[in-house]
Design a protein around this ligand. Structure first.
Ligand SMILES: NC(=O)c1ccc[n+]([C@@H]2O[C@H](COP(=O)([O-])OP(=O)(O)OC[C@H]3O[C@@H](n4cnc5c(N)ncnc54)[C@H](OP(=O)(O)O)[C@@H]3O)[C@@H](O)[C@H]2O)c1
Length: 369
């Protein structure tokens, strides 16, 4: 049995993560184990380290975090036919989800157990560092776009289906979630209008956005309302602080599907770097009350996205089994944003958290293993 090592969060708010041995876990029948070649950091990782218990409250310490990993298959469960030892893959790790609540299924260690249908093979030319940027951004975008209880867009395919004639608003196109939302929506036959800082205009256009607006401009909401004037909106996905209220105002003036899928919960701006429970709870309750009345009056439906709900509802298979392998193999999907590698070894994961927390522009913080 291989010996495993993990970057452990040993207690609430413990800093730094502690690198020490971890059990090696064998896969159940629909699972595989991979030896990680690279892992990526998401805001939820440092938020969980900082918050002390509000997020994923079922987690007991010590615990291993991490959702994004890429590496080589070392073991497969009895029912797995898609993979064999030696295959190069990328996968969404689910250890923090309540249903799993198990460090063996998390990314920040040498060996991770993954669900067969939440894993895709990657081309031989793609590095693990490039592939590791995908999982949570891709999954969150897919939950918001394709789930029946969210925007319920038609599924992506390679080549894309006939254009639907509808246009999606993605607020925050240079985020990891936004980079994937733009590409997935394009692959599903939707035109995309997005927002980003001017330095990322070319970046989001390369991903497939047809128009892009600076979210820091004072006139951005009016500019977007004008851009949608002769279009049928397919709904909106709000990503980033302030995005939900702006998208609400835009949807109010558009014709089409008035649905807002929210990746970022509308917290006070500037966003708190740590969760301050009374302030966050007060904002949560008051925003919901105001939003309920505003949405009723405007005929807009809103829903928060949980980037892991696709595991159980069929969208996970659509993305990781049916779409991504072909899209990557044919060069029809870009693993974006580009990785920013902070170092090699589990010891660098804490440095990755600290860097991600300071904020990155169109880059994903990655650690090589
Ligand atoms: N609900 C879920 O399950 C879920 C899952 C993953 C992430 N999220 C949330 O989604 C958000 C993005 O996460 P991520 O990992 O994709 O982030 P990320 O890749 O770290 O995002 C960095 C980008 O954010 C953009 N940005 C910053 N402030 C913005 C604003 N006010 N409006 C639009 N864009 C803004 C910047 O764009 P420019 O450089 O162009 O300025 C920057 O490039 C976070 O709030 C995160 O907590 C939610």
């Amino acid at each position: 049995m291989p010996s495993n090592t993990a970057a452990w969060l040993t207690a609430a708010k413990a800093h730094p993560l502690e690198v020490k041995s971890a059990p090696y876990t064998f896969p159940h029948e629909n699972e595989i184990v991979i030896k990680n070649g690279a892992v990526a950091i998401n805001p939820v990782d440092w938020m969980k380290q900082d918050d002390g218990g509000l997020l994923f409250s079922w987690i007991k310490f010590p615990f291993v975090l991490g959702t994004d990993c890429a590496g080589e298959v070392v073991d497969v469960g009895r029912a797995v036919t898609r993979f064999k030892a030696g295959d190069r893959v990328v996968g969404h790790a689910n250890g923090i989800e309540q249903k799993f609540n198990n460090s063996a299924y998390s990314a920040f260690q040498n060996y991770t157990v993954l669900l067969d249908h939440m894993v895709s093979p990657i081309p031989s030319t793609m590095s693990y560092e490039s592939a590791a940027v995908l999982p949570l951004g891709l999954s969150t975008a897919a939950c918001g776009l394709f789930q029946e209880d969210q925007l319920a867009l038609q599924y992506p395919s390679v080549p894309p289906p006939k254009p639907t004639g509808k246009t999606l608003l993605v607020w925050g196109g240079a985020t990891s979630v936004g980079s994937n939302a733009i590409q997935l929506a394009g692959a599903a036959g939707y035109e995309v209008i997005t927002t980003a800082s001017p330095m990322n205009f070319d970046y989001v256009k390369r991903l497939g956005a047809c128009e892009v607006f600076d979210y820091n401009s004072k006139t951005v909401v009016e500019d977007l309302i004008r851009a949608f004037k002769n279009k049928t909106i397919a709904g909106a996905m709000s990503i980033g602080p302030g995005a939900a209220d702006a998208c609400h105002d835009i949807l109010n003036k558009c014709k089409g599907d008035k649905f807002l899928a929210m990746a970022t919960y509308p917290l006070p701006s500037p966003p708190p770097q740590t969760f301050v429970l009374p302030r966050t709870a007060f904002h949560f309750v008051s925003w919901n009350i105001i939003n309920w009345f505003k949405s009723k009056a405007r005929g807009i439906r809103t829903k928060f996205i949980f980037g892991s709900t696709l595991i159980d509802n069929g969208v996970g298979k659509v993305v990781y089994v049916d779409f991504l392998p072909t899209a990557l193999a044919e060069g029809a999907y870009i693993a974006a944003p580009d990785p920013h590698v902070v170092g090699k070894g589990l010891e660098y994961i804490q440095a990755g958290f600290d860097l991600q927390k300071k904020g990155m522009s169109a880059k994903k913080v990655v650690v090589s293993l």
